[in-house]
Design a protein around this ligand. Structure first.
Ligand SMILES: Cc1cc2nc3c(=O)[nH]c(=O)nc-3n(C[C@H](O)[C@H](O)[C@H](O)COP(=O)(O)OP(=O)(O)OC[C@H]3O[C@@H](n4cnc5c(N)ncnc54)[C@H](O)[C@@H]3O)c2cc1C
Length: 472
């Protein structure tokens, strides 16, 4: 087995390889891509060593929390390109759309019956985390989870880190070992078996009809801005390198400047590899004498701190009980402070607060399916300030992310939300409601960023349904 990956692989059961199997099975749960996918590469290496072909299984179910038209469309948009790239590799590819709750729920187990081993993605949140804890014991073949989400494998951090300043030196020490290109092995046995009847052919032309057939929430429209898939992700990366990296360190906190990468939806669904992005950014920086440090701080240090949190917090990843002691104490001391104004979840959801900046952030989430990073902090802080309790605020933020954010349900989601309550932060000056938790003010947003330009842009988006500039 390729030694490049031993740090990335966890065996999650003790079952032996199946003798006389027909193929090796890769279950693509979170890394919905072919390029730069360590789990796929691991599956190819295993298939080659067993002289077997490879079958890749990808599914989309109607049963996950807040399953809706926006999320389904984005995922399905990636499927035709995945199919094309897997065919070029010589792997079989089964895509199963579980459109209705009454549709079969045992397709993975049926495919596993003829497989020597099952490889999947190691991922610490949402359904993949649940699958990786419940499925392995039900299989009689090895179940191997491979981390292809992080540049430095999660396994290399042996405990939960306290904050960015504790993980940063470890990241910088380990980075030379991992921030390097690698080659996808060549699959030796081409797939030539028939596909099962439950395979769903997805084409650019049938996505709307497939989504319409699903038993999901159809009220959440697809994003006005983002289309799913590896090709879209690669285009966005190219635009970022060409136009934005040079401005990232100075302009990234100004939403109307559009200096960030907008890659979070693609990183979340694994449509692009974080390692490939980091390598491309580093190379472009070196070739053009630009700093890549600020971007790599966000995409490696901050992002991998979030994966570290989710890995070790486990079931507490979505809970206030995961906050550091000082944060829990200070919030408790202010639990009965008066909240005025105080909004319901519906008022937040419909962007009906008194605050034009906050309403614009929520409208951005509703229309684009993503919020700008700096304004997202403000969005979260104000939900704390205007909710009846901290628990209500937490639930509102998770609900809105689950429902509308293309990059939601991610380790970054829960870490970002809990950051608003003090996770990975430090105590600040005492004030009402927040205690010593960091506060953000309306005047501060106006002073530090061009909020007028942001308000104009969101108003345009809302009234026309179109982005003011292409490829944002
Ligand atoms: C309340 C709140 C909720 C958040 N929810 C999410 C979420 O659901 N999904 C999500 O991916 N991020 C979330 N973040 C983190 C951050 O806001 C987004 O990652 C970022 O805005 C994504 O935009 P971008 O791809 O243009 O970022 P860029 O600035 O271009 O950064 C590139 C990548 O680095 C990573 N990154 C950037 N900032 C952070 C950060 N602060 N923490 C961790 N990783 C970071 C992301 O993967 C991002 O795509 C949240 C932050 C807060 C405060």
């Amino acid at each position: 087995m390729n030694s490049l990956f031993h740090d990335r692989v966890r065996g999650l059961n003790q079952a032996p390889l199946r003798p006389h199997a027909q193929y090796v099975l890769y279950w693509s749960q979170m890394n919905r891509r072919v390029s730069g996918n360590h789990a796929l590469a691991h599956a190819i290496s295993l298939a080659n060593s067993l002289k077997l072909p490879l079958l890749v299984y990808e599914a989309l179910t109607c049963t996950y929390r807040q399953a809706n038209r926006r999320l389904h469309t984005f995922i399905l948009e990636g499927v035709p390109e995945t199919a094309k790239r897997l065919a070029a590799l010589g792997a079989g590819y089964v895509f199963y759309l579980r459109a209705r709750k009454s549709d079969s729920n045992n397709t993975l187990y049926r495919l596993a019956e003829n497989a020597a081993a099952l490889i999947t993605d190691d991922y610490p949140t949402f359904i993949a985390a649940q699958h990786n804890s419940s499925v392995p014991a039900k299989l009689s073949i090895p179940y191997l989870a491979v981390d292809s989400s992080c540049v430095i494998p999660m396994n290399r951090f042996e405990k939960r880190e306290y904050a960015a300043y504790t993980i940063r030196p470890k990241v910088h020490r380990l980075l030379p070992e991992y921030l390097k290109p690698w080659d996808m092995p060549v699959l030796r046995q081409r797939w030539n078996l028939p596909l099962p009847a439950f395979h769903t052919e997805v084409t650019a032309g049938n996505i709307d009809a497939l989504v319409a057939s699903c038993e999901i929430d159809h009220s959440v429209a697809p994003s006005l801005t983002f289309r799913g898939g590896a090709l879209e992700a690669e285009k966005r990366l190219a635009v970022f390198l060409d136009r934005n990296l040079r401005r990232y360190s100075t302009d990234r906190n100004h939403p109307a400047a559009h200096a960030t990468s907008n890659l979070s939806p693609y990183l979340h669904f694994g449509m692009i590899s974080a390692l490939d992005v980091a390598l491309a950014v580093e190379r472009h920086g070196l070739e053009n004498n630009l700093s890549s440090a600020e971007f790599l701080e966000e995409m490696i240090v901050r992002r991998e701190l979030a994966f570290n949190f989710a890995r070790y917090a486990g079931r507490q990843t979505e809970c206030l009980s995961s906050l550091p002691d000082w944060a829990r104490r200070t919030l408790l001391a202010h639990a009965t402070d008066e909240r005025k104004p105080c909004y319901s979840r519906e008022q937040f959801e419909r962007a009906l607060t008194h605050d034009d900046i906050w309403n614009a952030t929520q409208k951005e989430l509703l229309l684009r399916g993503k919020m700008h990073g700096y304004y997202r902090m403000y969005w979260g802080k104000k939900i704390i300030e205007w909710s009846p309790t901290c628990q209500d605020a937490l639930e509102t933020m998770i609900y809105l992310h689950d429902k509308y954010a293309l990059d939601g349900r991610d380790p970054n989601t829960y870490t970002g939300i809990l950051w608003c309550f003090g996770l990975h932060d430090r105590p600040w000056g005492e004030r009402s409601i927040f205690g010593q938790i960091r506060f953000m003010s309306y005047d501060g947003m106006k002073r530090k960023t061009d909020s007028a330009a942001y308000l104009r842009e969101i108003a345009w988006l809302e009234s026309t349904g179109c982005e003011p500039h292409p490829l944002q």
